[in-house]
Write a protein that binds this ligand. Structure first.
Ligand SMILES: [Zn+2]
Ligand SMILES: [Zn+2]
Length: 258
């Protein structure tokens, strides 16, 4: 499994320039568009920066070992990717969508009670929200001093932070949720499976803009990867975009924990 995420300085400069230009346009919309412009501009300002926030949280905090925060990498890298959800075991139906992240970490397990589940989901939501305060809301306020614009960025950040955790949990623990029938969810599901095969790609979980800007977006497995791991259909035969009764070679079907 490849796991080294590399982005050149030029690519960072390009990506950050695009985000800056977009942010400036949204601020202009807020300054000259009245209350509606501030609300819409705040949301449009926040979405691309949430993409940057999730790229940084996932690519840097979750997948590289920062001093003092090694436990986060251990939980995500060793726990989520290698122990609980390797490609041959992409889904679980434990009853709870989030892993247990309290000590002792090993053996890594899914939550078996509502409190552990809530703690893990809350930590993921909270982490993305906290990163978004200095990255999005503070500059939004300092650059405009527009209360409506800043409030719009805060509300958008809160919604996306929650969605990030909820959708990721839903992807790995399929059930009968409404969102599992939606096209965007099904696209994200297949996109995220590629990340579970190639840890250096598809760092964005929900908003792939920064993967595109920074060159880490990957739309398909290489022939070598495809030969080595189950196809998405084999890894998640109960995905809602796979027609019922589709014939999947039994010898290649991965074991699924029930
Ligand atoms: Zn995952
Ligand atoms: Zn990951």
């Amino acid at each position: 499994m490849r796991d080294k995420i590399t982005v050149s300085k030029k690519r960072w400069a390009f990506g950050l320039s695009v985000l800056t230009a977009w942010g400036a346009a949204c601020i202009a919309m807020a300054q000259f568009g009245g209350t509606l412009g501030a609300i819409v501009g705040g949301a449009l300002f926040t979405v691309p920066l949430c993409s940057l926030g999730e790229w940084l949280v996932h690519g840097v905090l979750y997948h590289s070992s920062l001093p003092g925060l090694e436990f986060i990498q251990k939980i995500h890298h060793a726990g989520h990717h290698f122990a609980l959800f390797p490609p041959k075991h992409y889904v679980q139906t434990s009853g709870f969508p989030f892993m247990r992240f309290r000590k002792p970490y090993v053996p890594f397990t899914m939550s078996d009670n509502a409190l552990d589940n809530l703690l893990t989901m809350g930590s993921q939501v909270g982490l993305h929200f906290v990163v978004g305060i200095p990255l999005i809301v503070t500059p939004a306020w300092l650059l405009t001093e527009n209360v409506v614009f800043a409030a719009s960025t805060l509300a958008t950040l809160a919604l996306i932070s929650w969605l990030l955790a909820y959708v990721h949990g839903a992807i790995h623990t399929p059930g009968d949720r409404l969102i599992e029938r939606m096209g965007w969810f099904q696209w994200l599901d297949r996109h995220h499976y590629i990340h579970h095969v190639d840890l250096s790609a598809n760092i964005n979980f929900m908003l792939p803009l920064c993967d595109v800007l920074l060159g880490t977006n990957k739309l398909a497995l290489t022939p070598e990867e495809a030969a080595r791991v189950p196809s998405f259909e084999q890894a998640k035969p109960m995905a809602k975009d796979i027609p019922a009764g589709k014939d999947i070679a039994p010898q290649a079907t991965p074991a699924i924990v029930r």
